[in-house]
Design a protein around this ligand. Structure first.
Ligand code: PBG
Length: 338
């Protein structure tokens, strides 16, 4: 049969040879996803025996501390290394200054202590930001014009991080995007002898509409109303600025850095990994999860295949791990396949 191929390299070069059989596809595979790459974000609220579904995040629930222990047990059994805690705070405890975030007997410190007591080997990460605690839904203190004040916010955030460290948390993760907060938190941790507490900095965190379902889940959407976070979170149009933010956080004492959201920002993840070689994480956020869930529920996408493809993409882009609401489902699938 006559061939119309005009490549000078063909047929000496036939890239499809390596793809022909499963054994050689496995042999040439460049990246792998393992359970070690997964961080599971969970929502916790007061109460007992609660597993309250989040409508915009099918399969995700708000746990009370007791049911969270059961969920944590499953994570330990699956080998998931870290749980990331996000609080749903009673509306009655929300104030303009979000001071409940510093309460040593608050929901998060109590939950951290209970988890670390029962599962000492399970890593626990807590968010450092005020939005679940403020009556206006912003991540910090605001002035009369609604502008988030930097230094007064950093003071409260630092106290929040110290409270979490005292409760025994392993990793604090400032997600607020105030200037100078990593350095402030690091100095305070050292001064209080919490020398092992790691900081995972939400270094390049964008002002993204993909956080919508998360704000439903923690109940900050109603407080935030029509206002946005553009005066502190980054402009989605910016790339170089992400590298400057990461450089600052590393100098201020971050142990790990993060890019957020995930899939729409894989270019930033690759840039950051190449530039700094730091342990670098990505957050596949609530809106990304909701999109995949919605399409799968309609039969438009294959749930498991798209989930795994989305997760390997983070590895390929240079990520050392992924915060993902798919963590448990993916870990189960990985276990079945092994
Ligand atoms: C709080 C915080 C947010 C997320 C993580 N920490 C929301 C926000 O900044 O408005 C979003 C996570 C997600 O969408 O899954 N500062």
């Amino acid at each position: 049969m006559t061939s119309f191929i005009v490549s000078a390299d063909f047929p000496i070069a036939r890239p499809r040879r390596n793809r022909r059989d499963e054994f050689s596809r496995r042999l040439v595979r460049e990246n792998v996803l393992t359970v070690n790459d997964l961080i599971y974000p969970v929502f916790v609220r007061e109460g007992q025996g609660v597993r309250e579904p989040v409508p915009s995040m099918p399969g995700v629930v708000r746990y009370s501390p007791d049911t969270l222990l059961a969920a944590a047990e499953e994570c330990v059994a699956l080998g998931i290394p870290v749980l990331a805690l996000f609080p749903v705070i009673d509306p009655g405890l929300k104030t303009p200054d979000g001071i409940e975030a510093t309460n040593p007997d608050g929901l998060i410190p109590r939950t951290v202590a209970a988890l670390k007591k029962r599962f000492p080997e399970l890593g626990i990460l807590t968010d450092v930001a005020l939005d679940p605690y403020t009556s206006h839904g912003q991540d910090g203190l605001i002035d009369a014009d609604g502008y988030v004040l930097n230094e007064p916010t950093v003071d409260i955030l630092t106290r929040q991080a110290l409270t979490q460290a005292a409760a025994g948390v392993d990793i604090v993760a400032p997600s607020d995007m105030m200037d100078g907060r990593i350095g402030a938190v690091r100095q305070a941790l050292e001064a209080h002898k919490h020398i092992h507490t790691r900081i995972m900095a939400y270094s390049a965190k964008y002002a993204s509409a993909f956080y919508g379902p998360f704000r439903d889940a923690v109940g900050s959407a109603v407080n935030l109303g029509k206002s946005n976070k553009a005066t502190y979170q980054m402009d989605p149009a910016n790339r170089n600025e992400a590298l400057r933010e990461v450089a600052l956080d590393i100098r201020e004492g971050a142990d790990m850095v993060m890019v957020k959201p995930g899939m729409p920002y894989l270019d930033i993840l690759r840039d950051v990994k190449n530039a700094f070689g730091m342990p670098t994480y990505s957050y596949q956020v609530s809106g990304e999860y909701a999109m995949i869930k919605a399409a799968a529920a309609n039969g438009w996408l294959d749930h498991d295949k798209v989930m795994m493809e989305s997760l390997i993409a983070f590895k390929r882009a240079g990520g050392d791990g992924i915060l993902t609401y798919f963590a448990v489902a993916a870990a189960k699938l990985l276990k079945e396949q092994s």
